[in-house]
Design a protein around this ligand. Structure first.
Ligand code: PLP
Length: 301
């Protein structure tokens, strides 16, 4: 197993403020700083079992870091193609894991197109950051860890490309929890899931306008939209400012620093439907792309 079993903590602070019995699945404490190690770890392991001798991914964010860590554990070489927009700190974190970091293009789409070209070489497996059954299967393990102790009346997750959402919903349904509503939190400027649910199919946002870059997939995966037809999934949005407020409050409440992407999920607690009573589980998705300094600079713009 490449990921760690993370703590499941009660939140007296969030419970007191909202009236719900709030529990936190602390994915911020994965070695990679986010839940991504679950899905990427599973996808990398399976790719190697199927014969891959080299791994490749196109994410300059938490998925790239998780793939680099997984490859290291599996003892296979890995190339992480990142766009120029990926900051130096994240590139360093990825390189520290022994990965080859290739910078290509301005935004993720350019980096991904380059990765697709490299992926045609033999023995190479391209690991997608959110759109693959092995990724969803890995993310679903977080639900398996929660249920022996806590059965939620509602679950809150942040949504970028929809991989986490797909995994969590898959996990709930595997345990017969077909009726448990899932709140799908996004920032207003990165609401590609809400747009997809409205349209009934994935749509591509013209641009992303949010500090929550981790939520900035312009198009969500088809699977997330398909699940929204089978399971009660409620899109919910907040401003960047509300996500930042939630990050700061969480830092004071639990002394853990998380990305604004995760702040969007935290902001939903007490504000979104189904989050003011009963047992509410929040997936504290975390994120390695934040520092105390960064949090301050987002605040001042
Ligand atoms: C990747 C990520 C998300 C979004 O996950 P998707 O599977 O792309 O929907 C949210 N928060 C953090 C910290 C992430 O790394």
């Amino acid at each position: 197993m490449i990921h760690h079993v993370t703590p499941l903590l009660p939140s007296p602070a969030l419970s007191g403020r909202t009236g719900a019995d709030v529990w936190l699945k602390m994915e911020a404490l994965q070695p990679s700083g986010s839940f991504k190690l679950r899905g990427m770890g599973n996808a990398c392991r399976k790719a190697v079992e199927r014969g891959a001798r080299r791994l490749l991914t196109s994410s300059g964010g938490n998925a790239g870091l998780a793939v680099a860590m997984a490859a290291r554990q599996l003892r296979v070489p890995v190339t992480v193609v990142v766009p120029r927009r990926t900051d130096a700190r994240m590139r360093e974190l990825i390189a520290e894991q022994g990965a080859t970091v290739e910078v290509h293009g301005e935004v993720w789409d350019d980096a991904h197109a380059h990765a697709l070209e490299l992926a045609s070489a033999p023995d190479v497996a391209l690991i997608h950051p959110f759109d693959h059954p092995d990724v969803w299967e890995g993310h679903a393990t977080l639900v398996d860890e929660v249920l022996p102790r806590v059965v939620p009346d509602a679950v809150v997750v942040a949504v970028g490309g929809g991989g986490l959402l797909a995994g969590v919903v898959q996990g709930l349904r595997a345990h017969g929890l077909d009726e448990v509503p899932v709140i799908a939190a996004e920032t207003v400027g990165a609401a590609s899931f809400a747009a997809a649910v409205r349209a009934g199919r994935p749509v591509t946002l013209p641009s992303i306008d949010s500090i929550a870059l981790t939520l900035g997939a312009r198009t969500v995966c088809e699977r997330a939209v398909e699940l929204a037809r089978q399971h009660p999934i409620l899109p919910w949005q907040c401003t960047d400012e509300a996500a930042l407020d939630a990050c700061e409050l969480f830092l004071d409440d639990h002394r853990v620093l998380v990305e604004p992407a995760c702040g969007a999920a935290l902001a939903a607690v007490g504000a979104a439907p189904h989050t003011t009573e009963g047992v509410v589980l929040v997936v504290v998705c975390g994120g390695a792309g934040v520092t105390a300094d960064r949090l301050r600079s987002w605040r001042t713009g």
